[in-house]
Design a protein around this ligand. Structure first.
Ligand SMILES: [Zn+2]
Length: 287
């Protein structure tokens, strides 16, 4: 890759491609008892299950957090990505909460983790602006799950300030804690964009779908559209469309559909849609 500036935007699809799958065999092998008790079908939907007690909730969540973050090291795909950009002027924005970029030795000053992390607890009611590494507590919880799939009550995490329950630091309600590091990295992301705005820059978007498109997907399109020195490579198995402004509304259109409408714009020369396996492409780039 010729350009020195690389902006990575990563969504759930990148972690799925790296092997961190929320369904199938990986789920069934690790959650057999929970599937028997609750009829869970995958880790995405089970994450929304309304557990009756905190003891049951943490029995499930400690395993979920361990399996997808605390107990994991870097996957080969994230390590290859790091290999690819480590000597570049890179920055990462990600909605993923599995911390794979950190595990794969990306510089924490060059990562904006917008939606939180499984690895941290916060006060459930956000009474103060701090997050806490939960890895030791999570490991302890897992060792103490009983036959009814509960953890002991005295192991429930309590807020050190208000004494109320703790929760995982995930953006799922109005109480998401954005701590000092979160704010610092939000500014670092804005500074990075400002510093490369007049330079040749490659945006690599991996596995970003339509759950929260306003965080990475739409801004990446818009910024590249406006800046003719930028190129956007979108890696996505299913969703390679662009958001296009028509006369009265916006619509998702494929490059072919845009061409058919005769809306040829030079931006299309700077947009690279890629539906192939991410790891295969990274392997080729590393050769
Ligand atoms: Zn509190």
């Amino acid at each position: 890759m010729e350009t020195d500036n690389i902006l990575i935007g990563a969504g759930a699809g990148l972690s799925t491609a790296s092997g961190i799958e929320y369904g199938g065999k990986r789920f069934e092998d690790n959650f057999k008892e929970f599937i028997d008790k609750y009829d869970f079908t995958d880790m995405y939907t089970s994450g929304f299950y309304p557990f009756e007690t905190e003891e049951e909730k943490w029995a499930y969540w400690s395993k979920h957090i361990y399996l997808n973050n605390v107990g994991m090291s870097a996957t080969p795909l994230y390590e290859k990505l790091h290999e690819l950009v480590k000597n570049k002027n890179y920055f990462v924005i990600t909605t993923n909460v599995d911390d794979q970029f950190y595990k794969a030795s990306f510089d924490e000053n060059r990562i904006f983790r917008t939606q939180g992390s499984y690895r941290y607890f916060q006060c459930q009611k956000a009474c103060h602006n701090k997050i806490y590494d939960n890895s030791d507590i999570i490991k302890q919880m897992i060792r103490n799950i009983d036959d009814d799939l509960k953890i002991p009550s005295d192991m429930l995490p309590k807020c050190p300030v208000c004494g109320g329950p703790m929760d995982t630091n995930l953006r799922k309600d109005d109480y998401f804690v954005e701590d000092e590091y979160w704010h610092r990295q939000k500014f670092a992301y804005a500074d990075y964009i400002d510093s490369v705005k007049d330079e040749s820059t490659l945006l690599l978007e991996f596995g970003v779908g339509f759950n929260t498109p306003a965080i990475i997907r739409f801004p990446f399109e818009e910024m590249t559209f406006k800046n003719n020195k930028w190129n956007l490579a979108r890696f996505n198995k299913d969703n390679l469309e662009l958001m296009v402004k028509l006369k009265y509304n916006y619509k998702l259109l494929s490059v072919d559909e845009i061409n058919d409408l005769g809306m040829n714009h030079e931006f299309l020369n700077r947009y690279i849609p890629l539906s192939d396996d991410i790891e295969l492409i990274i392997d080729k780039l590393l050769e």
